[in-house]
Each structure stands twice: as structure tokens, then as C-alpha cells.
Design a protein around this ligand. Sequence first.
Ligand code: GLC
Length: 571
Amino acid sequence: MNSINSHCDALPWWKRTTVYQIYPRSFADRDGDGIGDLAGIIDRLDYLEWLGIETIWLSPFFTSPQADFGYDISDHFNVAPEYGSLEECRRLFDEIHARGMKVVLDMVLNHTSDQHPWFLESRSSRDNPYRDFYMWRDGRKPNGAAPPNNWQSMLGGSGWNYDPQTDQWYWSSFLPFQPDLNYRRPAVKRAMLDVVRHWLRAGADGLRLDIFNAIYKDASFADNPRSLRFVSEDNPGGFFQRALHTQNHPDTFAFARELRAVVDEFEDPQRFVVGEVFGPPELLRQYCGPSGDGLNLVFLFKSLRTPFRAPAFRELVRAFESVFAEPFHPTYVFGNHDRPRHMERLGDDPRRARLLAAFQMTVRGVPFIYYGDELGLSHHHGMPREAARDPMAARFGFIPKLLLPWLRRRGILINRDECRSPMPWQDGPHAGFAPPGTSATWLPLHPQSATKNVAVQTEDSGSVLSTYRRMLHLRRSSPALSSGRLELFDAPTDPKKVLAYRRIYEDANVRETAEVFLNFSDQNVRLDLGNLRSLGGVRIHSNLHDETSAPAQHHVLRAWEAAVILRDHCA
Ligand code: GLC
């Protein structure tokens, strides 16, 4: 084995894994209150095991006023009653682990709910011992009637909120009911690291870190510089301002390493953290530490804005491979509970969804799959903004409806209800999401629930669901696909249509190569596989059906088809 390949056999589990995101409110409701719960998730674990998922990420289910559906926590150590109890939470972890799967919890470290006892204390008086658990400042002189500086929240508009009780302003990076914690006070950092340790001790295998890029703000409170750009993912923050002092602060990069050291206190299994952070890949890598000793993984949302074409995806892979070369590791994200459903960008074409599944499960990087995307569920456009449950919809009520499709195409969602419909399990009452007697589900069912559901698609080997299952299992069974290094190469055909890469795995006992060809066109293309014919142990897998084939001189790749050619060199 040469030194280039020597990392292959040593890849930790969190680099090999596949992650499925559950939004607990919308996944499965056992008790019939119309809101998903932990017991409901337990009932559906067999499905996730069948699908081939290795790790489950749960959006927050902790005690919360639910003003932002759990991203506003008022007690980090308890379970919100609508989701269940601590006992059910323990059961859920046990049941996940009993199936050989892992569990990732959502940690909202940046802020708490304004109903958290710390904040209630903090806002009660200027000299309360909890006052500086949060960030309080006087308004601008002469009379304090203007916010302390020009800083904008991540949603635009001043992030400072005036509180008449003590005549000062507190800072919130997101919505006003989510006041930011003050990490410059050591007691805050200690308390939040205790929360982290608590859940790792309770059995979490990993943590997803909510808006981690906002944790530290500059101690100088100097104004942010102006920018000519309105808003852009490459210029975090935005709204004609560069978020220099409010996001991606050097102190947050340092904190990432401190946090990693805490996570590494836990072994057997090794744990990991994945950061929700925003910006260009080069900047985001800084969260992972100079030698990979910071956050294990970061979300790379560039994939959400990449046109679904072979050259654009080749560039995406090239960029992620160069910035996240070993010991770093990329992630591939195409949807979550804040974003338009991935079908929106795929023109609602199930053939494209099946190709995307093949890409996500064969490329080098951890795939994150948002619940329902494995069914090719369309974006739900029919959710009236006026009746929205999502607090962001009201915040952005001023944006003209005409602009919404344009924003959606850029991955920006104003009413996040549209991607949070109850999971459709089967045709029938509440699509199997809630028991038949339930009066109403917390959000209306998806209009496609009768046809695009788990029961229907399980029976159809050509469904989007069957493709996800096929690709997930193929990845699990192949060391090359789950652990191999990646090389891009030019397919022996039109590179505008076909993206090709090779995954190579090698250890003392095994050498496996996977050649992947992804046809990003609606035409058949012919691949010349002449040189493979003479080799033994070669099988061609397709994303479209279960049968494998041996290579012929010419292999025809159908429209939107992916072929994975696996070669076991020891065969
Ligand atoms: C993250 C979450 C989002 C939440 C926000 C504030 O972006 O993904 O759902 O509203 O942070 O916690």
C-alpha cells in the first residue's frame, strides 16, 4: 500500500456515514395530537433501517415555547411535552443503537428562548447576576433611542432589541425572541459545554451546531463595514453590510477547537460535531481547525445553489475536493428544514431526483438527506403565508409574493412551512402520519400524499425511494464508495452531459475501485468500456434497477442514469 492511499482503511465512522434529518414535529405522531413525537419516530425506525440510513439527526425536541419550533430552547435538559418524555428519549436512543444506527442531536448554542430562566433573570434588572449571560448595551447617544451600532441580524434589520424595563438593548442574531448568549463570560461557556457533555453522556453520537458562525461577536462593538452587495452566501450577512464583527469571528474558529476537545473526551464510539455555518468553502474550512482539530464537519451550502448540470457539479466536486482534501471531509446537502425542497431545483423531475441520489451516495463526503426528499416530494407551494406557523413568514411579510419564486430558486425560503409537511407514509387518514382519530395535523398534508408516499414507492422498484435505498445500500457495502479517495476524470463521451469520477479504496486486504458515470442529460449516451471487459470481478450497478451487468464493449447510459462500475481487485 502506498502512502497516498494509507488513509483509506483508517476513515472514522463519521466520515463514512450517511445522515437522515428528522424534523420531529413532522415525521410521525403516535399520540394523535397532530404533532410528531419521539414515540412516533421509534415506530418508524424499521423504515430507516430498511432504507439503509446509518445516522439520524433529530431537530430540537427540548423544552421550548416553540416560537421557532424548538430552535428557541427554555430548558436544555428536558423534552418538550408534545414530543414525549426523557424516558421516551432514552428509549429512542436505545432503539436507534440496537439497530446499529447512530443519533445526532441539534445543539442551539448561540441563543436561548427569551423564556429561558437565564434570560428572564437577565432582563429583570441591570445588576442581576445573569445580566451579562446575554449581550446588553446602551442605545446610541445622545438619548439612547437608536440601537447601539449598525449590526444587522442574519435576517436583516437591526439585531438589537430595545427593552424598556431596563432601558437597554439586547442582541439577537436571529429573531428577537432568541437572545444571543454572551460567550465572553466564562460561566456561559462552561454552562453550554455542560449541555454538550450532558447529551454526549446520554448517548448522542454527534451534534449538529445551529448557526455556529454567530457565536462570537466582536468585543469592540464597532460598526460593520458597508458593502455594495445586497445579500449573498459568499458574503455572509449582507443587506449592504459585511458581517465582519457579527459572523465568522476568529474567536469562533478558536471556540470550534475548544468544543472539539470536549467532544473528543468521549470515545467508543468516537463522537463528532457538524457546524451550520455560512460562507465560501475556504472560509468555512477554518472551522475545522488548521489540522482537522476543530469541527469534524461543516455544512457546505454551495451545493444548494449549484445548477443541476454536469459541468457545474464537476466544478463543485473539484472545489470541495481541493478545499476539503484529507484530513478534512466535505458534506453534500440538498435540503433541510429551512430550504426549498430539493425537487424545486430539479424541476420536479423524478429522473433528476434519482440521479441526485446516485451522486450524493457515490461522491466523497457525508450525504445529508432531509426527510421526504427520498420520496421526491415536491416543494409545497400551497401554504398560505397569512396562516403560516413559521415566524419567518411574518417577519418577511413585506416581501411581495411575486418575488418568492425567484428567492426559492436561489435556495431562500420565506415561509418554511412549505418544506415541513407531515411525512406521507401511506394513502388514508392523515397519510399515516397520525392515528386515524386525530382531528388535525399541525400543518396540512402534502397534496401529493396519496401518490408519493412510502407504501406506494416501496412497491415500485423504479421509484425515487427505491433508488435511494439501492444507492444507500450500495454505498454501505462498498469500501470504495464509503471510504475511497476520489479522482475526477473525463468520461469517454460528452463531458457536458456526463460527470465521471473514480473512488479508490485500498488496505492491506482489499483494493476496490468504483467508476461512477452520471448522465445529466435527457438523452442516451454511449460509453466505451472496452478495456474493462477483460477484467474479472467487474459489475455495473445502475441507479434505475436492481440488476447488475457485466461490462460490454459499449455501455448505453440512459437519460438521467447513473452507472457505478465496481471492481474488486482481489476477486
Ligand atoms: C438555524 C436553524 C433554523 C432556525 C435558526 C435559529 O438556521 O436551522 O431553523 O430558525 O437557526 O435557531
